[in-house]
Design a binder for this molecule. Structure first.
Ligand SMILES: NC(=O)c1ccc[n+]([C@@H]2O[C@H](COP(=O)([O-])OP(=O)(O)OC[C@H]3O[C@@H](n4cnc5c(N)ncnc54)[C@H](O)[C@@H]3O)[C@@H](O)[C@H]2O)c1
Length: 283
């Protein structure tokens, strides 16, 4: 089946980024969020990033206009009926995702592919909300989706080979570097990165060092492109704590559990870049 029109459900940080990647690859995108205002905000965000691309001569003004012309914004799930692939990037909540997949299965064509961008939930549990789990696959993009090349393409015990292969080929077609993996907690990158970042935060207290020193140690000593405190601020303290809790729940390894310091920051609303304060201040 030829994928020409892609639905993106949830147009927040990830959904807007995924929509932008698909638009730039020449696809029609139908973006769905719960209100027209949220949809409009995502259009503005995509417009902003494409305009920066025009300024930097990575694309032409005509390319940008054509890309935005391929985006339509809807609030009804039923408006995704003609999409051959739907990528879900709504809140990281199993109940929300299961309800969406149950609804989507009734709306799209029987051969349409349903993909979830979940970071730490089980793709299998999301798929089991449908009566056709063979067409459900994970497509885990990384933030910022227009910049980072990786897409983890996740197969459950039920995903058909045809659907898996089509999702993998689609990731390649939109210019990404897919890796195949199975539906295990945290897949590949988060399974490694989340406990590692938790260790980094614990070292802050154990070694009595500042975020600046820890970041300098890891960039200058371990060759990390960005220090761990800078990275957690970028990801969002709330997003990181939520993913840690989900992994801890599944694996019961102490390193997966969010360090109390991060939980306290989350509770205080110090969420990193998006709130202007986390380990660092962003005025
Ligand atoms: N932020 C990251 O670094 C990152 C990276 C990879 C994957 N993810 C995953 O991507 C998903 C989205 O994360 P995000 O950071 O973009 O969240 P976000 O909060 O920025 O956006 C979520 C969006 O989903 C919308 N939404 C909620 N319920 C909806 C529904 N029923 N229908 C349509 N839209 C709905 C919200 O209005 C919001 O716009 C999560 O599953 C998350 O785990 C996040």
């Amino acid at each position: 089946m030829e994928i020409a029109r892609v639905g993106v459900v949830g147009l927040g940080t990830m959904g807007a980024g995924i929509a932008q990647v698909c638009l730039q690859a020449g696809l029609e995108v139908v973006g769905r969020d719960v209100s027209p205002e949220l949809g409009e905000r995502s259009r503005e965000r995509i417009d902003h990033y494409l305009s920066r691309g025009v300024e930097k001569e990575r694309l032409t003004q005509e390319d940008k206009d054509a890309a935005l012309g391929r985006l339509s914004l809807v609030t009804e799930l039923a408006d995704l009926a003609s999409c051959q692939l739907v990528i879900e990037a709504a809140f990281e909540d199993l109940g929300v995702k299961r309800e969406l997949f149950g609804g989507l299965e009734r709306i799209v064509q029987p051969d349409a592919i349903l993909a979830t961008n979940t970071s730490a939930l089980s793709v299998t549990e999301i798929a089991s909300a449908t009566s056709s789990p063979e067409r459900v696959v994970g497509m885990h993009f990384f933030n910022p989706a227009p910049v980072l090349p990786l897409v983890e393409v996740i197969r459950t015990a039920h995903t058909s080979d045809e659907v898996f292969d089509a999702a993998y080929a689609f990731a390649q077609r939109i210019g990404k570097e897919p890796v195949a993996c199975n539906d295990t907690p945290g897949f590949i990158v988060n399974r490694i990165l989340i406990p590692l970042l938790n260790d980094c935060v614990r070292v802050l207290d154990e070694a009595r060092v500042t975020p600046e020193s820890l970041d300098a140690a890891m960039t200058n000593g371990a060759g990390w492109p960005m220090g761990p405190c800078t990275l957690v601020d970028l990801v969002g303290i709330d997003v990181h704590v939520h993913a840690s809790e989900a992994l801890y729940e599944k694996l019961r390894e102490p390193r997966m559990a969010p360090p109390p310091r991060l939980v306290a920051m989350r509770n205080a609303g110090l969420l990193g870049r998006k709130t202007g304060r986390g380990f660092y201040s962003y005025e």
